[in-house]
Ligand binder design. Structure first.
Ligand SMILES: Cc1ncc(COP(=O)(O)O)c(C=O)c1O
Length: 286
């Protein structure tokens, strides 16, 4: 029988193919069924070992099944701590918030608020979009070419990649895409240092020009380091300019750090912004 000739890996993949929808991303390119995981290594069902450069899409900073993480999880189970509390608080949750706040610059910490969204990055961005719309009463969102903010209806609307949008009509309207300061593939065709100056000048002009066609936006969202767009760090002077412009115009600035945050770029960004767990949000005081 043909099925008997399939390896264990192939069998599970075939099962997955027949039972799961096509809305899968990584398995399309990495046909493997994972059996075990330790540190940086993954072992598939046929015993083949891989170095896991994906690291759970960047979420497993300590690798798979790190002893410290296992110990903490075991302790929670042994101590009969609740595993689900909706948004009620617990001592462990408060300790977690303490530790997150301790990471923030002091000035920043004073006004910082944390929001526990759903578990995904897309959920955090959705929450930010709702927050800025509620706070301003405005509806349009300024986003950037090359941005990736998720695959939900609204987060796909504010993401740059047009391919997944082609078949989904009527995504969230009122999204204005702006040029990201990509020095290598400069949207203005000049590259180098000048490109970020032109980008911020362009954006400031757009926001000041009563003939720009743009109504006052609910917020601006950007990745300080674009991830899916190609690991593109925005120049710090550009970020500071964007912060100045949005502050002066009273536009809430959402910094999406779902991919780059919590030390994954090596150090904290030297910007003074408010923080939520998976995402920075700066809302200027009116
Ligand atoms: C910058 C950024 N924002 C948002 C998301 C969405 O996160 P999730 O896939 O957890 O919804 C991602 C995911 O890669 C991301 O890189």
């Amino acid at each position: 029988m043909i099925t008997n000739m399939l390896t264990k890996n192939d069998q599970l993949l075939e099962q997955q193919n027949t039972r799961e929808s096509n809305a899968r991303s990584y398995p399309r390119r990495l046909p493997m069924a994972i059996d075990q995981a330790e540190g940086i290594y993954l072992t598939d069902m046929d015993g083949k070992r891989y170095i896991d450069f994906l690291a759970g899409a960047g979420t497993l900073a300590l690798g798979h099944n790190h002893p410290a993480v296992l110990e903490a999880m075991e302790k929670v189970l042994k101590d009969k701590r609740p595993l689900h509390t909706l948004d009620f608080t617990t001592p462990i949750k408060e300790q977690f918030v303490d530790e997150i706040f301790e990471c923030l610059p002091e000035e920043f910490r004073k006004n910082a608020k944390i929001q526990f969204c759903g578990p995904t990055g897309g959920d955090a961005i959705e929450a930010a979009l709702k927050l800025v719309k509620t706070a301003t009463g405005n509806r349009s969102i300024l986003s950037f070419q090359g941005a990736y903010h998720g695959a939900t209806h609204a987060t796909m609307s504010i993401s740059g990649n047009t391919k997944p949008k082609e078949k989904i009509q009527g995504l969230m309207p009122d999204v204005q895409f702006l040029p990201y300061p990509y020095q290598y593939r400069c949207p203005f065709g000049i590259g180098g240092e000048e490109s970020h100056k032109i980008s911020s000048q362009y954006i400031e002009n757009l926001l000041n020009d009563p003939e720009s066609g743009l109504l006052a936006p609910a917020g601006m969202i950007l990745e300080a380091v674009q991830g899916e767009g190609g690991s593109i760090p925005a120049p710090i002077p550009w970020l500071k300019e964007i912060r100045r412009i949005t502050k002066e115009k009273g536009i809430p600035l959402i910094i999406d750090e779902v991919q780059s945050g919590i030390g994954r770029t090596g150090r904290c960004l030297p910007l003074n912004m408010q923080v939520s767990f998976r995402m920075f949000l700066y809302y200027p005081k009116q």
